[in-house]
Design a protein around this ligand. Structure first.
Ligand SMILES: C[S@@+](CC[C@H](N)C(=O)[O-])C[C@H]1O[C@@H](n2cnc3c(N)ncnc32)[C@H](O)[C@@H]1O
Length: 283
């Protein structure tokens, strides 16, 4: 057994390999050797919180003593990057407002049944609420237009934050001023410098845990808009193709898929045609 304290004794190559294989198998997230110090840094706090003295003890707890069941969400939280922003990659929101929504409205989408949008790696909800704000603005101008947004993520901790819908003033900086008035409510305690998404808008967004690599998804959803942004980049190519293939089953013909601007699905055999930068339409 490795002796010493977690602050002084690092993650061994063997333990890193075990953790990396587990994380890639479970969540699809690639963990090359260059990620070793990142993993070490992020897990150190968790190892201490569990009252364990070393990474070696942590791995035994996880793999050999049946701890993985309760620990897996913490491990995934530690390895995932949850960085997000309201109205991140604004070209997508311009495309939505200027092209996708007018086109869909002309086809009567959202009138008989609600337009369905899915934020498939939602993190703390900024993406889902940005979509909801834009759709709510559209609904205000189009009588009878209805919508619903589903936000999913593998990480339960970020989903809880998304559900609470409380954000720092700094975080909501990208939200246009007029939308802030309509869709954000200042916290009662002004010293907290936080705002909360207005109840009406919150009621349009539902949250669920979904692991994108566990397809086909048990999801009764046919989406018109599907955002799967800044997550494919963490997967290897075969996983990316399998994930987007599974997403296509939940995207209606004519519906739009948005991926991150730094991601690519070029060369994949999928029923999609590219219509703008990082925007694809289901054929
Ligand atoms: C960088 S954030 C992207 C958030 C948002 N889509 C955006 O572009 O701002 C990536 C999110 O993907 C989630 N994630 C990682 N692996 C996943 C998986 N296998 N299935 C579902 N979500 C996953 C992470 O928990 C994280 O919240």
């Amino acid at each position: 057994m490795m002796q010493g304290d977690v602050s002084t004794v690092g993650l061994s190559g063997r333990d890193f390999k075990r953790l990396a294989e587990f994380v890639q198998g479970y969540a699809g997230i690639k963990m090359p050797a260059t990620k070793k110090s990142m993993l070490e840094g992020r897990l150190r706090k968790r190892v201490r919180a569990l009252g364990l003295g070393s990474f070696d003890q942590y791995c035994r707890h996880l793999f050999d003593e049946g701890g993985w069941d309760t620990e897996v969400t913490h491990l995934i939280d530690a390895v995932t990057t949850n960085k997000t922003d309201f109205f991140r990659e604004p070209e997508h929101f311009r495309f939505l407002a200027d092209i996708a929504l007018p086109e869909m409205a002309a086809l009567g989408i959202g009138m008989q049944k609600p337009l369905m949008a899915w934020s498939a790696a939602a993190s703390i909800g900024a993406e889902a609420y940005s979509i909801a704000m834009l759709l709510a603005d559209f609904a205000a101008a189009q009588r009878g237009f209805r919508f619903s947004v589903l936000a999913t993520d593998i990480c339960t901790e970020v989903l809880e934050t998304a559900h609470r819908a409380i954000y720092s003033e700094e975080m909501i900086a990208p939200v246009p001023m007029d939308m802030r008035k309509r869709y954000l409510r200042r916290a009662k305690d002004s010293a907290s410098h936080t705002v909360r998404i207005a109840p009406d808008l919150r009621s349009r967004v539902t949250f669920a845990r979904l692991n994108l690599i566990e397809g086909p998804y048990e999801l009764d959803l046919a989406a018109h808009l599907l955002f799967c942004r800044n997550i494919l980049i963490y997967f290897d190519k075969p996983t990316q193709e399998a994930v987007v293939g599974n997403l296509c089953w939940h995207l209606l013909p004519g519906g739009y898929l948005f991926i991150g601007h730094s991601e690519s699905i070029a060369g994949f055999d999928l029923p999609l045609r590219q219509v703008a930068t990082a925007v694809f339409q289901r054929v």
